[in-house]
Ligand binder design. Structure first.
Ligand code: PAF
Length: 284
């Protein structure tokens, strides 16, 4: 097991990173909100393979939650998180307090533009401003050469790539494929909040997506795909926020499957909101 350094303030993290860079080490950052699971372990494995040192940030960022209840009930499992990080070979964990991140008078936010307006942006007011701002602050403190994010949050990954491009941040962004439970449910920190019944029903998301995109051709109508997924979620007792087939770069809805496209899903099972996505390739 690794001995892990605990960094608790932006200046701690910046001093550590500056010193490690001076020594010639490269740094990979895995930004998280804790409640780590095997999906995070995969991000960490990718990070440790890409740089000399890996830092995991654990910060439940209040500014990206649109509902106070979601923030309050977000799982917090710090001891288990630190164990997972130690086993995974993480070098440092950056765990700033909310006061250290947003001291009195803090008044700046990054607005990521059009990519952030649809889908999650539409259903969770202010969410991506919160994400873009906190991620930029995490980058400023940890000075990573590389940062690894999960592809489960497909729109988040697109928004972060846009912010990095637009602000000219010298960070390579890596997207890591979604890790799934044996029954197909995408791993997510919020899964532990599902009741046993909702947990079973939530498999309808992945089942519906898999059925809907199996055997598609360039002439399949995107609306046939979205209707199928919606039906499966509704039959399972879930409530759809959106199901959409979009261009993977612009996230605008597509009207044909001539080009590679992305299926995006958000749905509620009980009081837990889950998101997932799949790549649609209509050409064999
Ligand atoms: O994906 C997450 O866990 C969060 O949105 C992130 C990127 C750590 C920012 O708070």
């Amino acid at each position: 097991m690794n001995h892990i350094l605990h960094l608790t303030s932006p200046s701690d993290a910046l001093n550590w990173a500056t010193e490690r860079h001076r020594e010639g080490s490269s740094i990979a950052l895995v930004p998280t909100m804790g409640a780590l699971h095997q999906g995070h372990a995969a991000l960490i494995a990718r990070a440790t393979a890409s740089c000399d040192l890996t830092v995991v940030s654990i910060f439940v960022n209040p500014t990206q939650f649109d509902r106070a209840n979601d923030f309050d009930t977000y799982p917090r499992t710090l001891n288990d998180d630190l164990n997972l990080c130690a086993v995974a070979g993480v070098d440092a964990v950056y765990m700033p307090s909310a006061e250290a991140m947003y001291p009195a008078g803090f008044d700046t936010s990054i607005n990521p533009g059009a990519l952030a307006t649809r889908w999650e942006g539409e259903h969770r007011a202010g969410h991506f401003e919160g994400v873009a701002t906190v991620v930029t602050k995490l980058f400023t403190a940890a000075q990573p050469d590389t940062a690894v994010f999960g592809e489960k949050d497909f729109q988040q990954l697109a928004v972060i790539r846009q912010v990095v491009r637009d602000l000219g941040l010298a960070v390579e962004i890596i997207g890591e494929p979604t890790v799934r439970e044996d029954d197909g449910l995408a791993m997510s920190s919020r899964n532990v909040r599902l009741t046993p019944d909702a947990r079973k029903s939530a498999t309808a998301i992945h089942r519906g997506m898999t059925e809907a995109i199996r055997g598609v051709t360039p002439t399949t109508a995107p609306s046939d795909i979205t209707k199928h997924v919606e039906r499966r979620i509704n039959e399972a007792g879930g409530t759809v926020d959106y199901v959409a087939v979009v261009d993977p770069n612009t996230l605008e809805p597509v009207t044909t499957l001539e080009q590679r496209s992305q299926l995006l899903v958000a749905a509620w099972f009980g009081d837990v909101r889950l998101i997932d996505n799949a790549t649609i390739s209509a050409h064999p």
